[in-house]
Design a protein around this ligand. Structure first.
Ligand code: PGA
Length: 252
């Protein structure tokens, strides 16, 4: 059975005190829930990772990083390598987020190298992809996402997928308050699963979790999560508010 996953992407928010507080609020609230097939992940900023890892001990919550550099080490001022993340106990990293693409010039080729570096270090990857508003308006969303998947994932080996989580994040829905309809999400998730099935086989496609991201909130989570191919969510804004994040976890 595919794992259900609710992951919170905190982006550039929260110092260590807020991190500790927010994690404790979440872990206390979910302690009594039955989360047998559900993973809960939070992704704080680099500086809060160690605090977060400490704070989630003995709870159901896991910690992910939001980014990393593709090189092993070297003269890359300000960057963090996969090995460094592993050294503090990080097991999962978000890669390919649209904000990285939009503001930091990351493209498919670079993201593919980051994915390789993460997998080589046994890090699990939450790989984000999605179309722009213009592409959706032109009805090119499937084509665009198909091409992103091809450029970033098709060189992988089938066994790499045990360490891959996919996250469909339509760029027009991120931080905008606008959400894809459950039908739009389902259409894309089924398409993505089919692309993976064609390239890597049905077994891999059936076992890979595909999350939806883009303005998921307590009021829309349940409907989106009810779709067959939606295995959870990558949550931005709403994951910064404990009661909202917990309500989204309850929705799954
Ligand atoms: P949002 O962000 O929930 O604030 O739209 C989602 C994301 O960027 O992962």
């Amino acid at each position: 059975m595919r794992k259900k996953i609710v992951a919170g992407n905190w982006k550039m928010n929260n110092g260590i005190e807020e991190t500790e507080k927010l994690i404790h609020a979440v872990t206390n609230s979910i302690a009594s829930l039955n989360l047998e097939n559900v993973r809960v992940i939070v992704a704080p900023s680099f500086v809060s990772l160690t605090t977060a890892i400490e704070s989630v001990k003995n709870s159901h919550v896991e910690v992910a990083a939001q980014n990393m550099h593709q090189a092993k080490n070297g003269a890359f001022t300000g960057e963090i390598s996969a090995e460094m993340l592993v050294s503090i106990g990080v097991k999962t990293v978000i890669l390919g987020h649209s904000e990285r693409r939009q503001y930091f010039g990351e493209n498919d080729e670079l993201i593919a190298r980051k994915i390789d570096a993460a997998l080589a270090n046994n890090l699990e990857v939450i790989f984000c992809f999605g179309e722009l508003l213009e592409e959706r308006k032109l009805d090119n969303h499937l084509l665009e996402v198909g091409s992103q998947l091809k450029n970033t994932l098709f060189h992988l080996k089938p066994e790499d997928f045990k360490n891959i989580i996919l996250a469909y994040e339509p760029v027009w829905a991120i931080g905008t308050g606008e959400t894809a309809t459950p039908e739009q999400a389902q259409e894309m998730h089924a398409f993505v699963r089919n692309v993976i099935a064609k390239k890597f086989g049905k077994e891999i496609a059936d076992s890979v979790s595909i999350l939806y991201g883009g303005s998921v909130k307590p009021s829309n989570a349940e409907e989106i999560f009810s779709k067959e191919d939606v295995d959870g969510g990558l949550i931005g804004g709403a994951s910064l508010v404990a009661v909202d994040f917990v309500a989204i976890i309850e929705a799954i």
